[in-house]
Ligand binder design. Structure first.
Ligand SMILES: *Cc1c(COP(=O)(O)O)cnc(C)c1O
Length: 360
């Protein structure tokens, strides 16, 4: 039997009746853009994260870009982000007219504060901590440093729906938080989707207008905005899934702790003041290529997040970066299967193969 990396169809089947009903309700009301399903989900999501405002947008990349746009920084302001992330974090900075600066990571795979300190210049205006793989970055230290230097903090929560730092959900720490509902994320839509969360009323209103052609009502445009909306179908589907998210996270945590106890290879460092959402379970292997073979032969799917550091892309080389720690991981990261579609027996099989062949 195949051990799948992701099984969205199995997830759908487990909640099929509710999802089908939700989809039908949206069609019946023709509430495709805006409307009650979106409003309802935005309220639920804001409550879940513990913030005052949640604004649906078209995807997670837009969420980051719109968040940055809203801050209205001077052109060419420097924004520090981690050198190991999905490219979207950097794209959002560049597409907003700012300059990305890539900071090194710590052994929790999150942005390193020491590296941020070294990269700080008079042009630095913001930091984007990414809660990579589902592990919250060290928000206490980052917020303290940001306050000292008057920097904005925008959280990239694309992989960390429901994760907590010191018992508070991520997204509620920075001035703005950006989420993705890409289907494969822990809370995924049936297509693209994203969300910006904030406690700031003025920014929330500005975002609400900007993502909808600079307006609050039909033809009352107040400035040039754009179209980046979360649609009604996605919102209704996400409302159903949100009810199951905490259970899914608990399951992921159970599988992850089994991996952590029984795997012999180098395991991810987990801080003790956090609740991990385990979007990905990433190990470090010296002999990764051999292991990839063995996993394939045993019908175990895997991922690599990411095959390249952002500083390894030619078109990013012109920006300042630090990567001396991250580069040690670049060719050794491997994402093992984890998710609500798997049980402990599946995890045991993965562990067996890895422990048998890993000699790092
Ligand atoms: C998925 C992801 C994004 C982008 O989200 P999309 O919805 O795919 O645009 C941004 N940052 C990180 C860290 C991600 O994993």
């Amino acid at each position: 039997m195949n051990i799948k990396f992701l099984d969205l169809y199995a997830q759908y089947l487990s909640i099929k009746d509710e999802i089908d009903e939700a989809i039908y309700s949206v069609i019946k009301k023709s509430a495709f853009i805006g409307g009650s399903f979106l409003e309802h989900f935005e309220e639920e999501f804001a409550d879940y994260i513990g913030v005052k405002h949640a604004i649906g947008v078209a995807n997670g990349t837009d969420a980051l870009e719109i968040a940055l746009w809203t801050l209205d920084l001077e052109p060419n302001s420097e924004v520090i982000l981690p050198v190991n992330s999905f490219i979207a974090t950097a794209e959002a900075v560049i597409n907003s007219g700012y300059v990305p600066v890539f900071a090194d990571i710590d052994d929790d795979f999150c942005i390193s504060l020491d590296s941020i300190k070294r990269l700080l210049t008079p042009k630095t205006r913001a930091i984007i901590p990414v809660h990579l793989y589902g592990q919250p970055a060290s928000m206490d230290k980052i917020l303290e440093f940001a306050k000292e230097h008057s920097l904005f903090v925008i959280e990239d929560c694309a992989q960390a729906h429901g994760a907590k730092f010191c018992n508070k959900r991520v997204g509620s720490f920075g001035i703005l938080g950006a989420f993705s509902f890409y289907p494969g994320k822990n809370l995924g839509a049936f297509g693209d989707g994203g969300m910006i969360v904030t406690n700031d009323e003025v920014l929330a209103k500005k975002i609400r207008m900007y993502k909808n052609h600079g307006r609050l009502s039909k033809y009352n445009h107040e400035f040039v905005g754009r179209n980046s909306r979360l649609d009604g179908l996605q919102a209704a589907i996400l409302s159903v899934k949100l009810k199951y998210l905490d259970g899914w996270l608990e399951h992921r945590n159970k599988l992850a702790s089994y991996y952590l106890t029984h795997l012999r290879c180098q395991k991810p460092h987990v801080k003790d003041n956090i609740y991990h959402s385990w979007h990905l379970f990433v190990v470090i292997l010296k002999n990764r290529n051999l292991l990839l073979e063995k996993l394939k032969n045993n019908n175990i799917e895997y991922g690599i997040h990411y095959p390249k550091l952002l500083s390894s892309f030619e078109f990013f080389k012109k920006y300042r970066y630090e990567n001396s720690k991250a580069i040690l991981y670049e060719n050794n990261l491997l994402s093992l299967p984890i998710g609500e579609h798997l049980n402990l027996d599946d995890i045991k099989r993965v562990i067996e193969v890895l422990n048998l062949y890993d000699n790092s």
